[in-house]
Design a protein around this ligand. Sequence first.
Ligand code: AMP
Length: 206
Amino acid sequence: MAPIDTSKKSIVWVLGGPGSGKGTQCDKIVAKYGFTHLSTGDLLRAEVKSGSERAKCLTAIMERGELVPNEIVLDLLKEAILARAEESKGFLIDGYPREKSQGIAFEENIAPVSVIIYFEASSETLTQRLLGRAASSGRADDNEETIKLRLKTFLDNNDLVLAQYPDKLRRVSSHSTLFGRLSNFQLAVCSLAPPSSSRGYHKATK
Ligand code: AMP
């Protein structure tokens, strides 16, 4: 894969526990700045739906709230990034990396990360939010038992992932208001723009 030129297109990893609001915040940044939002959970669910050969082992792992093999996630991410590399102004990679080794593999195979946004929230808040949306989400893994397992998987790995990038990490509290969270997220994204191209990043696309 041709490396992404991160002086022109930033790579932002958007991290946080299940239910921390990553996807909602990403949608707002996409609408305003023209970034491309790639959620590894969404990519995996689309792959399962496609019925492909590589999707066969995914359903059971996802229903157990465990991490699927990184080769599959990384392949899906690479394909999605390549397909959009021309037109995209930058990438919000939501839900990746979830293990220290995933971060290393991404930077070796795709591109160095520009900044990492971490949405902080307590386990109680995450559980309440996930249970609240379970009735309407239609997701097989939004049930009480799998929610516990997903949280455990997250808590087992998260500190190690974050500890690897002290200089690039920006924390946003999920407990602040929606507006406060978005402002902090935007500040981090705006700070990426090199001076010569900053107007492109600040201009609303709709
Ligand atoms: P999410 O939609 O982010 O809650 O992810 C749903 C499920 O997809 C997770 O519980 C994992 O089984 C799988 N998944 C999502 N992202 C990753 C990743 N980066 N690495 C491994 N598995 C993942």
